[in-house]
Write a protein that binds this ligand. Structure first.
Ligand code: KIV
Ligand code: ZN
Length: 512
């Protein structure tokens, strides 16, 4: 029987450390529920000591998400470990993941500790963590640049202290596949008490080798891989979950390893992470990119039509990619609308259905063909995870080659209506200035991205913005066939997140 690889997802910890990817508690919980549906074995839900918000997120996930082991990260000290223990206490199964750097470079410049001190600290941390849970993982940060003999000494000592998983991070993404695979093989050979301890790897993608290195480690005895949806994470990111899972499945003839992943949830998980982090994947991204299953060359199209496997090594339906394109039109009723949403995996309340259906009708008037992609964008836009403090009631734009772009915006906040006009460098800028006049949030627009949902001139525009306030980034998203309206909705959505998270300035503060 094939061995099973433990899929340790760190989208909510290392992934969330990506610049600008910060998520609020509701968003983290939504991602965690989706990771459970995806079937990951372990969710690293955060770094509880990092902030009260991080602690609450890990705790909320531990209390609410059933199925996967819920893990929290800690440095190798009592205070950090206690925070994780407290945060994961309510989980069905909780894990404490404690780490300390082991390379001479980190010891000399960062920790200013000797090897003996690091060894002692690591052992003490694992012993302390064992007081709270049987499931303890130890990571040797910068393991790839650590002297192999010392690395084996540390791992051997923490196993003796009770670590059940030992993790080998390529913290700076420096390894090459052959070298990394060899290191894992040697480690397993040299650690005398390795026994049943799970050997894990955590590869960063600085040289674009994170997936290749992780697979090389599996070929040499590792049985846990740490990865993130869409490969997000510090700097160039972590190994991509979807690439690892599909490589293991598609080339099971080579690897002979299984995972517990429910592959049909891969595409939905990728979309959710894109949407909530505001980090789209590039079109040519393996597995989940827009072009991953698109065939442009006539010779390829002809081949795929005759026999799909001529140019496709994976079935796109397997990852939950929708191929059923034209689904509903302006004559479709509520029943068909709800049925299709259910088929796409959305369970919505009657009130949500009414709101989404009204929007669907408006869209169907403007757009000939409503695809599954359109429906997903529409319903995700409607089913906001945070309350709508402000909603966009009206937007009027004048713009052109000889006109100064001007926007008039009306926003509703409960039973109050605010209207302002502003000029700007372009219509989007004018709309944002008018919204700012109303909300007085004092934010800085740090990123703006627009994407077409489907091909064709009547496609919906999906806009994602990042607003910065007091050093924090808030992501907002909006969709509409009119890209200026989509832009305004995205901005208002980000403002609503600031309010929900307790924004401090201007009119926002008055309304807390
Ligand atoms: O990259 C790294 O070394 C880490 C550890 C904390 C596991 O993220
Ligand atoms: Zn990392």
């Amino acid at each position: 029987m094939s061995k099973r690889v433990v899929i340790f997802d760190t989208t909510l910890r290392d992934g969330e450390q990506s610049p600008g990817a910060s998520l609020n508690i509701q968003e983290k919980l939504e991602v965690a529920h989706q990771l459970a549906r995806l079937g990951v074995d372990v969710i690293e839900a955060g770094f509880p000591i990092a902030s009260p918000g991080d602690f609450e997120s890990v705790k909320t996930i531990a209390e609410n998400v059933k199925g996967p082991v819920i893990c929290g990260l800690s440095r190798a000290n009592r205070q950090d470990i206690e925070a994780v223990a407290k945060a994961v206490r309510a989980a069905e199964q909780g894990r404490i993941h404690t780490f300390i750097a082991t390379s001479d470079l980190h010891l000399q410049y960062k920790l200013r500790m000797s090897r003996e001190q690091v060894l002692e600290t690591a052992v003490e941390a694992v012993r302390f963590a064992k007081r709270f849970t049987a499931d303890v993982e130890f990571s040797a940060e910068d393991a790839v640049r650590t002297d192999l003999a010392f690395l084996c000494q540390v791992f051997s000592a923490v196993i003796a202290a009770g670590a059940t998983t030992i993790n080998v991070p390529d913290t700076v993404g420096y390894a090459t596949p052959q070298e990394f695979g060899g290191r894992i093989r040697e480690m397993i050979r040299q650690i005398p008490n390795i026994g049943d301890t799970v050997v894990s790897v955590h590869c960063h993608n600085d040289l674009g080798l994170a997936v290749a290195n992780s697979l090389a480690a599996l070929e040499n005895g590792a049985l846990q891989i740490e990865c993130c949806v869409n490969g997000i994470g510090e700097r160039a990111g972590n190994a991509s979950l979807e690439e690892l899972v599909m490589a293991l499945f598609t080339r099971r003839d080579i690897y002979g390893l299984e995972t517990s992943i429910n592959k049909s949830e891969i595409y939905r998980s990728s979309r959710l992470v894109c949407k909530l982090t505001g980090m789209p994947v590039q079109p040519n991204k393996a597995i989940v990119g827009k072009n991953a299953f698109a065939h442009e060359a006539g010779i390829h199209q002809d081949g795929v039509l005759k026999e799909r496997t001529t140019y496709e090594i994976m079935n796109p339906q397997m990852i939950g990619l929708l191929t059923n394109n034209i689904v509903l039109g302006k004559h479709s009723g509520r029943h068909a609308f709800r049925k299709r949403l259910n088929e796409l995996g959305y369970e919505i309340t009657d009130a949500e259905l009414e709101k989404a259906f009204a929007r669907f009708k408006v869209l169907a008037d403007r757009k000939r063909e409503i695809t599954d992609e359109d429906l997903m964008v529409l319903v995700e836009d409607e089913l906001r995870t945070i309350p709508e403090a402000y909603s966009l009631e009206y937007l009027h734009i004048t713009s052109g080659t000889v006109l100064v772009p001007t926007a008039t915006v009306r926003l509703r906040r409960e039973d109050q209506v605010f209207e302002e006009a502003a000029c700007g460098g372009g219509p989007v800028d004018a709309a944002y200035k008018a919204i700012e006049k109303i909300t007085r949030s004092g934010v800085r627009l740090s990123d703006y991205a627009i994407n077409a949902t489907t091909a064709g001139e009547d496609s919906q525009g999906e806009v994602s913005v990042k607003l910065e306030q007091d050093g924090r980034i808030y992501t907002g998203r909006g969709a509409d066939t009119d890209i200026i309206v989509a832009s305004a909705k995205a901005y208002v959505n980000a403002i609503n997140k600031i309010i929900f998270n307790g924004g401090r300035r201007g009119r926002i503060a008055i309304w807390q």
